[in-house]
Design a protein around this ligand. Sequence first.
Ligand code: NDP
Length: 338
Amino acid sequence: NKQIVLKNYVIDFPKESDMLLKKTTIKLKVPEDSPNSILVKNLYLSCDPYMRNRMSKREGSYIDSFTPDSPITGYGVATVVDSGHPNFKKGDLVWGITGWEEYSLIKTSETVFKIQNMDVPLSYYTGILGMPGITAYFGFYEVCSPKKGEFVYVSAASGAVGQLVGQFAKLLGCYVVGSAGSKEKVNLLKNKFGFDDAFNYKEEPDLNVALKRYFPDGIDIYFENVGGKMLDAVLLNMRLHGRIAVCGMISQYNMKQPEGVHNLFCLIPKRIRMEGFLVRDYYHLYPKFLEMVLPKIIEGKITYVEDMAEGLESAPGALLGLFSGRNVGKQVVVVAHE
Ligand code: NDP
């Protein structure tokens, strides 16, 4: 059983050598002392920015750190090889928390969903039909309280979450602008995901000036994926009663000491609501989410771009690529073909 393990806790920018390939042996049977568990063969693994937080030992984090010398854990799609739980049988497909390894023993008491619909690519359950999709859907429709015609800005807009937020906002009839870090990504935003406009933030010497160009009348909704200087510039451009959904702050994850935000005072005169949220609080609504999103994919009303890395060995590089913007769309690692 090939595995990717964390070598040791990371302090600032992680390196590929912080993760190691290890080989162990495993019996392809659920052990008797693990009732209610399932043994799965991993097919697709998801690379997600939050995993960076788990590579460090941080006080007060909302999620446990990884254990050095043990396989990294994260979301994935897998097929059941042996089951100790009556609701799962051999051959079932599942998505949820699994290990960065060929085979994993999963506790069914943790996040694991049975895949019922296979009319879409299975890898979608790491993205649009998995954790990032749920994040985009409830983050936008619930946390942003959007209304038709409002001005919406999305940062890291071509990524796993951002590309969906923009498309959901367009479906509702909002005016949507996204930013991303390359020409190729800006093209995707405008020509594939249907954003009204998009810009490369790396080419803008002054983000405040850039936002004034794209939102001369200001921003009603900011879907925050980035933090830092971007948030500061957005605060200066928010409209009265605007809403900021704080989904993530990827620009800060590798910093020993996060940057300060200077323009928070804008929240007061503009009566802005700024609210953080965690996707896990919405998992109980997954069936409702599927009911709404699956038909939109099948009818071609929503599209999704994935970036596939081949082989378990490619997983460390793929994960780190999220922090330099190497991924174009949802970063997936293919461990085994279906
Ligand atoms: P993406 O697929 O968007 O990948 C990350 C992207 O972030 C990169 O491609 C890069 O795009 C951009 N990026 C990286 N470093 C920086 C930087 N220093 N400054 C600006 N942009 C940067 O990731 P996801 O869609 O999976 O995640 C997006 C955000 O949502 C993250 O902040 C994540 O933590 C958060 N999240 C929060 C959840 C929650 O429950 N609250 C759940 C899931 C995700 P580019 O080339 O455009 O710079």
